[in-house]
Design a protein around this ligand. Structure first.
Ligand SMILES: [Zn+2]
Length: 492
């Protein structure tokens, strides 16, 4: 199935195409760096990182840009509150953001431009828009005059008249129309400012993205992404000012991800009860669990982050952990160090029944991704594959010649597909418990005693031993070839 992508502009799924054959330019609006990252900040990065991974797997060379808004009203207010400078606050919050991205294996971002490094380009766009009659200077501010752009509203599919009448922006005496938006703002004393032909000032938010995206990716690029809450006014304004400036199509595809909700409410700093900081979540859950949550439904739908959802995913992902452990036991190899194909290729339909089953689910995984990056559907196929591998891995005659090689081939397919979703790239951090020889011997002794109790049909005492071990974070697993123990990381 060829890749089809939903475009907010046309409100339809379209065959994927690029401006330059084989290359993709993708711009995603990044954070305004004034407060530490919460889980809501990670939705876009994880989704677009996965989109980049899939496009790369499909053979495209992708350049992905995420901007950092490091000058803004919110930053100025927060820096004053904390008694620090905008630059110090922006630097500190940016480092926290980068740490969170790295924890969630979001490592595909090629460029992270900062607004303050692109002031010259921003001034140039302002100048050109004024020269072309789309913008005007007023009292040291520069405004875009929306009435001059006949197709204003085409991205958010709103009637331009309605947009202008209903603009929530406070009308000021400086604007010709309340719907006009600021491209440049005169700075107040003590605020960060730059010299411009209109006096000392700073850029408006929308113009920053136009300047940085066109500078790095060219005036017409392939994908512009962001959260669905950015469609209006941010993306509508970015679009209109960019196209009026360049006279070209700005972005071919507009992709908007759904937002994360907590108890049914959007996670937002303005609703403190909904905010869950990444630093707290990373202490209690494996990063793969957080990444899997954000990929568990279709990216355009809202994701609910209700109580218990992460525990449920933690439990689900243990199926994979067990598969990796079994693989290491049988082959002495690490799943996480395994080499797997990095690009799409046809699979030989031959092989055993198990490999044919895995191959069918691989096809369905790729079909789901080709259908507008349906990561939720793709993740479901990974569970089917890992179940098939676990069944095979526990068959008693696995040591027969050739069987182990089939098992390895199946695992390699799992590795190929999990890497597309950016899951299980690294071995999980080991829990901090003593695992010396004595611990192992003592636990094996308990496992052995429990098995003897079971043989003697003293199930009550056998279960008590198991339950008390669980209380200590030790899980006993009964398999056809014997029982074994493992440590479960405990939650705080
Ligand atoms: Zn933006």
């Amino acid at each position: 199935m060829p890749l089809r992508v939903y475009n907010t502009m046309t409100q339809a799924k379209e065959p994927f195409r690029t401006v330059v054959p084989g290359k993709v330019g993708m711009y995603v609006c990044g954070p305004t760096v004034y407060s530490p990252s919460h889980i809501g900040h990670m939705v876009g990065p994880v989704i677009f990182d996965t989109i980049k991974r899939y496009l790369t797997y499909a053979g495209y060379e992708v350049t992905w840009v995420v901007n950092i808004t490091d000058v803004d009203d919110k930053l100025i207010v927060q820096a004053q509150k904390e008694g620090t400078t905008v630059a110090e606050l922006a630097g500190r919050v940016t480092r926290d953001y980068l740490d969170c991205l790295s924890a969630l294996s979001v490592d595909g971002i090629d460029r992270m431009p900062r607004a303050t490094e692109h002031i010259a380009e921003i001034i140039e766009i302002n100048r050109e828009l004024i020269a072309k009659g789309f913008a005007y200077e007023s009292g040291g501010d520069v405004y875009f005059e929306v009435g001059k752009a006949p197709d204003y509203g085409k991205l958010s599919h709103r009637d331009p008249e309605e947009l202008m009448a209903g603009a929530r922006i406070e009308p000021t005496a400086l604007k010709r129309h309340p719907g006009d938006f600021a491209l440049w703002k005169r700075s107040k004393p003590g605020e960060p400012s730059w010299e411009s032909p209109w006096g000392s000032g700073r850029p408006g938010w929308h113009i920053e993205c136009s300047a940085m995206s066109m500078k790095i990716l060219g005036r017409h690029f392939d994908i512009h992404g962001g959260g669905v809450d950015l469609v209006f006014p941010h993306h509508e304004n970015e679009l209109v000012q960019s196209e009026c400036f360049s006279g070209e199509t700005f972005a071919t595809f507009w992709l908007h991800n759904g937002l994360l909700t907590n108890k049914g409410r959007k996670i937002s700093k303005s609703d403190p009860e909904t905010v869950v900081l990444m630093s707290d979540l990373l202490r209690a859950h494996a990063p793969d669990t957080l990444r899997a949550l954000l990929l568990s439904s279709h990216y355009r739908r809202p994701i609910d982050f209700g109580p218990g959802r992460l525990d449920e995913i933690d439990r689900g992902l243990q199926t994979f952990t067990r598969a990796f452990e079994r693989f290491a036991e049988l082959t002495g190899e690490s799943f996480h160090a395994m080499e797997a194909p990095a690009h799409r290729h046809d699979l030989d339909p031959g092989g055993s029944a198990m490999l044919r089953e895995v191959g069918e689910h691989r096809e369905r995984f790729l079909d789901a991704m080709d259908d507008d990056f349906n990561t939720g559907g793709a993740l479901g196929e990974l569970f089917e594959i890992v179940h098939a591998l676990n069944r095979f891995g526990n068959e008693p005659d696995l040591v027969r010649p050739g069987r182990l090689e089939e098992y390895r081939s199946g695992m390699r397919i799992l590795r190929e597909l999990t890497a597309i979703l950016g899951l299980f790239l690294r071995a999980p951090a080991q829990p901090e418990v003593p695992e010396g020889a004595l611990t192992n011997d003592l636990l094996l002794l308990l496992v052995d005693l429990r098995n003897r109790l079971r043989k003697e049909k003293n199930f009550a005492l056998a279960d008590e031993v198991r339950d008390r071990l669980v209380g200590l974070g030790v899980v006993i697993e009964d398999r056809t070839d014997g029982s074994r123990w493992r440590i479960e990381p405990r939650k705080n």
